[in-house]
Write a protein that binds this ligand. Structure first.
Ligand code: PEP
Length: 252
């Protein structure tokens, strides 16, 4: 049975103290909660990853990085490698977030390299993809998503897919307060699962978790998560408030 996952992308938010408090609140609140087949992942900023990895040991939380560099090591000032992440206890990395694509020029070609490097180091990848508003308006959204997945992931073999989590994040719904309807999310998730099924002969498509991201809030989480092909959420803004994030976890 594929896993349900709720992942919080904290982006460039929270200083040291705020990070400490949020983690402590989440840890404490999740103590008595039975998380059946559900993983809870938080992705604080790079500088807090090592400390977070230590703090969440023996708790129900897991930690992820928000990004990593595609090269093994070298003269890449300001960058962080897969090996560095692993060495501080991080086992999951978010790649391909629309903000990385938009503000840092990340292309499918670059993301292929990042995915390969992450897998080489046995890092699990939460791979984000999704169409822009103009793609949806022109009816191109399926084609755009298909190209993003094909270009960055379809060279992988079936075994690699055990370390891939997909996150459908329509760009027009991220941080805008506008959410894809549960039907729109289900339609795209089913399309993606079918694409994976066409590409891989094994049961990869049934096993891969496909998360929805884009203005998920306590008020809409339950309806979105109730859809057959939605296996959880990648949460931005609402992940910064313990109560909201816990309500979203509860909704799953
Ligand atoms: C995100 O950035 O991945 C995201 C889903 O953000 P928000 O929930 O704030 O729309």
């Amino acid at each position: 049975m594929r896993k349900k996952i709720v992942a919080g992308n904290w982006k460039m938010n929270n200083d040291k103290n705020e990070t400490k408090i949020l983690i402590a609140d989440l840890k404490e609140s999740l103590k008595g909660v039975e998380l059946e087949n559900t993983r809870v992942i938080i992705a604080p900023a790079f500088v807090f990853l090592q400390r977070t990895a230590k703090k969440i040991k023996n708790s129900k939380l897991e930690v992820a990085a928000q990004n990593m560099h595609q090269e093994e090591s070298g003269a890449y000032t300001g960058e962080v490698s897969a090996k560095m992440l692993k060495s501080v206890g991080v086992n999951t990395v978010i790649l391909g977030h629309s903000e990385r694509r938009e503000y840092f020029g990340e292309t499918d070609t670059l993301l292929t390299k990042k995915v390969n490097r992450a897998l080489q180091h046995k890092l699990e990848v939460i791979f984000c993809f999704g169409e822009k508003l103009e793609d949806r308006k022109s009816g191109n959204h399926f084609e755009v998503v298909k190209a993003q997945l094909k270009n960055a992931l379809f060279h992988l073999n079936s075994e690699d897919w055990q370390h891939i989590i997909l996150a459908y994040e329509p760009v027009w719904a991220i941080g805008t307060g506008e959410t894809a309807s549960p039907e729109q999310a289900q339609e795209m998730h089913a399309f993606v699962r079918e694409l994976v099924a066409e590409r891989y002969i094994s049961d990869v498509s049934e096993e891969v978790s496909i998360l929805y991201g884009g203005s998920v809030k306590p008020a809409n989480a339950k309806e979105i998560f109730s859809k057959e092909d939605v296996d959880g959420g990648l949460i931005g803004g609402a992940a910064l408030h313990a109560d909201d994030f816990l309500a979203i976890i509860n909704a799953i």
